[in-house]
Every structure is written in C-alpha cells, then in structure tokens.
Design a protein around this ligand. Structure first.
Ligand code: APR
Ligand code: PHB
Length: 394
C-alpha cells in the first residue's frame, strides 16, 4: 500500500470536483481528485446547456471563461410557448438586469480538465474501491485501488463530489442523514443534431407532453421531448422523435426547426432529491452527491458551482485564518440555495409536463399558474429572479 498526504481529498472528477480542485489551487490549497471512470468517459457525458449569471461570474473570476465568452451565446431569458395561449418570455434581463449564457456544460468540464492539467493538478482516473475513513475524526483518509495496487491518502478534509451514485453520502450514518425525494413518471428524451438552432431557448407545453429547443453552437442543436420513463431509446427512431417534437410546438415555430439525423440520443429520468446535512465531521458533500434536480430550469451544474463557491470559501477561511466557522455553516448556507433551486425546478416541471395520473383539476391549476405569469408583473419578476439564480450569500 502506498501512502500520500494532501489537504483536501476530492472524490469525483465531474464538474463539482474539478471546479473545487481548480478554485482551491488558485488559493494555494492542494488537493487530489479521485475519479472512478476514465477522463474520456467523463468528458463524453452530455449535459444541460444554460448557465446562471452567478455561474458565468464564477467562471470569469477563475479564468475559465475564455472559450465560453468567445463561443457561448448570452441570452436575455427563455421562452415558454403554450398550446392555445400566448407565448411568455422569462425576461431575465428586464427584471434582473442580468443575462444567462447558452453554453454546453460538457465544454466546461473539458476546460476544467485542461486547466488542472496545465497547473499540474493531481487527478487519479480509474480509481477503484474508493473508501472513506475516520471522517468524523481530525485525521480522515481515503483509500482506493488502481491497477491492482492499494493506495491511501491522508488529508484534512474529504470533499464528496461523486454524484448521485457515489460512495461519499453513504459515509454519513443513516441516523444523521435525512433524504427528501420526488421521482417523476417520465423522462426527457434528448437528441443532438448538426443543424442551426432556433435563436431562443424554448419550453413548449402541449397536452401530449413537454418539448424543448436548446442549442450548443451555431451548427449544433439540442432538442428534448417528454417521454414515459419506461421507454427505451430503440422505441424512438429519429422519425418518431421529430414528428413528436414538431407536433408539440406551434406551427410557426415548428416550421423553423431544422431536423436531421441525430448524432446522439439519450433518455434522462427526472428526479428531485436532497440529502441533509452536507457536512459530517470532516466530510463535505457538493453537487449531485447531495442533490438532484430535474432538468427543467437547468439548475444541476449551477447548483454544483454554488456549493463549490461556499465550500471553497469555507476551506479558505480554515487555512487562511485558522477558523472553522464557515465550515460549520457550509451545510445550512448551501442548502438555502439548493432548496430554492429544487423549488423552482419542481414548480416548472409540474407546470410544463403532463402527468399520467392527473385530472382536469390539475390541468386548470396548471393553466392558472401560466395565466398568472402572463398577467402579473410581480409573478414575472419573481420567476426571472429564480431562473437567473439567487445571489450568493455573504
Ligand atoms: N469513486 C470515485 N469517483 C466516483 C465514484 C466513486 N465511488 N462514484 C462516482 N464517481 C464519479 C463519477 O464517475 C463522476 O465523474 O464522480 C463524478 C460525479 O460527477 P457528476 O455526476 O457529474 O456530479 P457533479 O460533479 O456533482 O456534477 C453536477 O453537473 O453537468 C451537471 O447537471 C449535471 O447536475 C450535474 C452537475
Ligand atoms: C439544454 O440546453 O440541454 C437545456 C437547457 C435548459 C434546460 C434543460 C436543458 O432547462
């Protein structure tokens, strides 16, 4: 068994773990990232493509924004179209003075890997059997195997950034952990197509189900349709996908959508999930390891970045001032923003999707939610603030 030491052992090399490692490095705090999969696998995952204003600020603050500022598309908001009702624009620019950014989160992960490799960051890929030890003590450690060899890393803190299926969350004893969950009976079937996208990002409500138009770059579009979660990719040949998508948009918009052969197709189940607290002794959870949102609102990566913002600040206070108070309040502070995003994603999901067991009462409530948005400036303003992302707390 080999042994080494670092200040922060980070489990998981997704956006949360890699951003944490980058930020800590910028503040002179060293870390080792342990990732179970290969780098190629991590970078091959296709993720949502809208960034909150605060995420854009963080990327700029930490010199990760060059490609995004060159190739991403700033957006004033997102459109909702609704069968038989007027369109609505979530006018983030008007109500908050800020913009969002259409920029694929996969590109951010690529830029994070490039930055860490340029700075000589320690990233162990294909790390097997990762296990956490003594996180409730002052001397935690993490063990793993690679190529048949066992390794152990002694550290001051363990950052659990290993996503929903990771091991970190399980290191918090059951009686100390509380989980909150909603699962939805449908998923988002998404495709990528090499055709110019529509100018706007658009969510479409239709009595057959939701559809969405998004984008990655001037020659790459991303589209989704709500589909039963039990459907398989094989049930959705391209022709069926396009027929369904186009039937859910108003004719005028459908006429502008450029279809073509899909270059990627995947089904994402929808889930809302929060595990509290985010800290147990010297273990600190961030990102999908602690919470999942449905894709409606695209909050997943944005929340991971906001966790890392608070967490990295807490670790800086510890190393620079020798004070633990920010570590102690990390969980409560991050959870306020997490629950705000859970709330928005859940409300938007309920408003824009058709649920198999719903009745006419549910439908009238949905329509009245939308009508309130169409007519009430305070409702428009509130939604714009939530959609752009709440400000970070001091
Ligand atoms: N040991 C080491 N690594 C692990 C383990 C383990 N036992 N289990 C999981 N991992 C790795 C996964 O392989 C993955 O690369 O942890 C990483 C977790 O990454 P994500 O699942 O992407 O989670 P996170 O980094 O929190 O990303 C947050 O980014 O793209 C968005 O919407 C997406 O919500 C998601 C957000
Ligand atoms: C995407 O671009 O993939 C996307 C955009 C907005 C969402 C979800 C996904 O709400």
């Amino acid at each position: 068994m080999t042994s080494e030491r670092t200040q922060v052992a980070i489990i998981g090399g997704g956006p949360a773990g890699m951003f944490l490692s980058h930020v800590l490095h910028r503040h002179g705090i060293d870390s080792i990232v342990l990732e179970r999969r290969t780098k190629a696998h991590v970078l091959g995952r296709i993720r949502a493509g809208v960034l909150e204003a605060g995420t854009v600020d963080l990327l700029r603050d930490y010199d990760l924004a060059e490609r995004m500022d060159r190739e991403g598309k700033p957006k004033d908001g997102t459109r909702i179209v609704w069968q038989g009702r007027p369109d609505f624009f979530i006018d983030v620019r008007r109500w908050t003075g800020r913009q969002m950014m259409a920029w694929g989160q996969t590109y951010i992960t690529e830029d994070l890997y490039a930055a860490r490799e340029r700075d000589g960051g320690a990233i162990v890929d294909e790390a097997g059997d990762v296990a956490l030890h003594d996180v409730e003590s002052g001397n935690p450690s993490v063990s793993y195997t690679r190529d048949g060899v066992s390794h152990r890393i002694a550290c001051d803190f363990v950052a659990g950034c290993d996503g929903f299926h990771g091991v970190s969350r399980q290191a918090i004893p059951d009686h100390m952990r509380r989980e909150f969950e909603r699962v939805y009976p449908f998923g988002w079937l998404g495709i990528m197509v090499e055709k110019p996208p529509l100018k706007d990002l658009i969510y479409a409500y239709h009595s057959d189900g939701m559809a969405m138009a998004s984008q990655r770059n001037p020659m790459l579009s991303r589209y989704y349709v709500q589909a039963p979660v039990t459907d398989r990719i094989e049930d959705w040949p391209d022709e069926r996908f396009w027929d369904t998508l186009l039937s859910r948009f108003p004719t005028e918009i459908a006429g502008r959508i450029e279809s073509g052969p899909s270059i990627e197709k995947s089904m994402a189940p929808l889930r809302s999930f929060v595990s509290e607290p985010l800290r147990y002794g010297r273990l600190l959870l961030a990102g999908d390891a602690a919470h999942i949102v449905p894709p409606t609102g695209a909050k997943g990566l944005n929340l991971a970045f906001s966790d890392v913002h608070y967490l990295s600040r807490a670790l800086r206070t510890y190393y620079e001032k020798g004070a633990s108070h920010d570590i102690e309040r990390y969980s409560d502070q991050a959870l306020r923003r997490i629950w705000a995003a859970e709330n928005l994603s859940w409300r938007l999901t309920k408003m824009l999707h058709v649920f198999p067991d719903e009745d006419p009462f549910d439908q009238r409530i949905r329509e009245s939610d939308y009508d309130l948005l169409l007519t009430s400036e305070s409702a428009q303003q509130a939604l714009a603030h939530e959609y752009v992302g709440l400000p970070f707390e001091d």
